[in-house]
Design a protein around this ligand. Structure first.
Ligand code: SF4
Length: 186
């Protein structure tokens, strides 16, 4: 599992108000750098490490504070887990503000909980409310899925998963699955 050794937090971009990267209105940070290289990834410009722009936790938190309508913050990418060390000061500020945190990652939850994960990845996971996990697999591409691009990816309720010691899917995915069974979910 890869961790950026860059001293700086490098990002590919920011979306100040998004309605598609998690529940409610979200401040989204797209991190720069991803080692997964999923075929047909929609954001190949975010793969290279050492590129993008340098950001600080303070400057990101000022932008967050400027919008009282936010429901939460989303870390997307790139792979935010590969800059967990650099992201933690920002994430701590997000949690001090009692904001909800969504993290997208190409790693699976089980890998992040394993002995192979960097300690900062595990720490970031403990602050995460919803984890969208797993690589984008083009053969499993499904545009009807909430927040995900392929059906191998999961919407995980991280606090419940940590308490139960196993993956617990978030109610957003459970409702989506019920809808798929009875055809009532749109
Ligand atoms: S993990 Fe995400 S950003 Fe990285 S290659 Fe896969 S789809 Fe692209």
């Amino acid at each position: 599992m890869y961790m950026s050794e860059d001293e700086d937090l490098r990002i590919a971009g920011i979306e100040q108000e998004s309605f598609v990267d998690g529940p409610g209105i979200r401040f989204v940070v797209f991190t720069q750098g991803c080692s997964h290289h999923c075929p047909e990834c929609h954001n190949p410009e975010t793969h290279a490490f050492g590129k993008g722009q340098v950001e600080t936790a303070d400057s990101l938190l000022k932008m967050v504070d400027a919008n009282p309508l936010l429901s939460g913050v989303t870390l997307s990418g790139g792979d935010p887990m590969e800059q967990a060390v650099q992201l933690l000061p920002f994430v701590l500020g997000v949690k001090m503000r009692r904001l909800h945190l969504v993290v997208f990652t190409g790693y699976r939850y089980e890998m992040l909980m394993s002995k192979f994960a960097h300690p900062a990845m595990k720490e970031l996971l403990t602050y995460t409310d919803i984890l969208i996990d797993g690589p984008y697999l083009k053969d499993l591409r499904d545009l009807s899925l909430t927040f995900r691009g392929s059906s191998n990816q999961r919407i995980i309720d991280v606090p419940k998963s940590i308490v139960e010691g196993k993956v617990v899917l978030h109610e957003i995915q459970l409702k989506e699955m019920e809808g798929n069974l009875d055809g009532s979910f749109s």
